[in-house]
Design a protein around this ligand. Sequence first.
Ligand code: ADP
Ligand code: MG
Length: 478
Amino acid sequence: MPVGMATGWGSLLQDEQQLEELARQAVDRALAEGVLLRTSQAPSSSHVVSYAPFTLFPSPVPSALLEQAYAVQADFNLLVDAVSQNAVFLEQTLSSTIKRDSFTARLFDIHKQVLKEGIAQTVFLGLNRSDYMFQCNPDGSAALKQIEINTVSASFGGLASRTPAVHRHVLSVLGKTKEAAKILFNNPSKGLAMGIAKAWELYGSANAQVLLIAQEKERNIFDQRAIENELLARNIHVIRRRFEDVSEKGSLDQDRRLFMDGREIAVVYFRDGYMPGHYSLQNWEARLLLERSCAVKCPDIATQLAGTKKVQQELSRVGVLESFLPGQPEAVARLRATFAGLYSLDLGEEGDQAITKAIAAPSCFVLKPQREGGGNNLYGEEMVQALERLKDSEERASYILMEKIEPEPFRNCLLRPGSPARVIQCISELGIFGVYVREGKTLVMNKHVGHLLRTKAIEHADGGVAAGVAVLDNPYPV
Ligand code: ADP
Ligand code: MG
């Protein structure tokens, strides 16, 4: 079914006057609900805030794909957790990459140091988000294909809890009560907080607190606050600190318990530390201190490494999923069904062939370095130039190639502070939030806790909401 046809926003998107009035109402509701960002002019202050960009209408998502994405989330949680515990696999997989990628190498160094000293933490907490696009098949049907899994600082669970009310409002204004009722309930921040609360409880010290690592310049603070608020409602206190504060005032005692400003820390939740630019020398030392502690890190360094694109690519090789999930052929099949084509660029014949294919058909591939946060991937002519340059160099092993997913575009109206409402051709990316907690060898929690839909103009190849490209949205099941 051509999903773009099925929603019926078509005629609504043509009446400009009506759109402007609807947009005003939608923006006011978004502000009232707390769909907020700090401004780029004053990112360290909440004195002046604005709404986080969003779509005027929810966007069509085939309900079968939504269900499929939810159904595979517990498998992805298990897989990430298993990869993070397999030091041999991580070392083999990342060995060529870390020769040429200093950021991944630095993370890996910390991983090695912690392993050598012995891992002090006994409770493990994963809060991740698996992202997908809907590949348009030749027969017009759509297939769920994973873009990546975020194992560190997966964001927008807080704001995504507040957008359903905005879209229900828009549809109600239009008298579309039945349609409004189809907007799904969503509350990822509550689920993420429940994971943190479980880890805190298992840590087992009533006075210990949660340390949230974030920058002072943080536009997305309300997203983080949503989780803090949920924790406080459970009487769990959160302190926000920067890496710099940790290096000044953080310490370990003899048992490697972590203290910050004299307070014991049960859980460290990173909303920072996933890009090279987040680290000074001092910050790397702070990260090492945190990793060495027995506090529950979310994520611990091995789990962060398990979320690299290189690991994603190696997991798609024949037999690898089976080795991580022995005796679970159904889980393996569910996971594999979501994999797009992924290709290693390590020196050798396999990599040479992938490069030749990508140069011959640039519109079918994406070139990805080991980076997070959007805006790092290369497409089209830029990708070809990079591949020509990298072809004979070891440096190419720090990238992977991926099949480019081509969803069917649809029309929606994007709302951004300071820009007129624009009706354009869009595509969406669906994220499912997953939470798991493990104590020693025992998994005590493994579940999905909600979703995030982000929508962007088709002309933007890359980038998320924080990067200023995509906007918040809700799935409209079709
Ligand atoms: P990051 O870690 O920077 O978020 P992603 O792998 O998620 O890296 O890529 C960033 C964006 O690029 C995605 O949100 C998506 O819009 C686009 N993108 C990534 N991979 C593909 C792909 N295989 N096909 C189409 N678009 C892609
Ligand atoms: Mg991404």
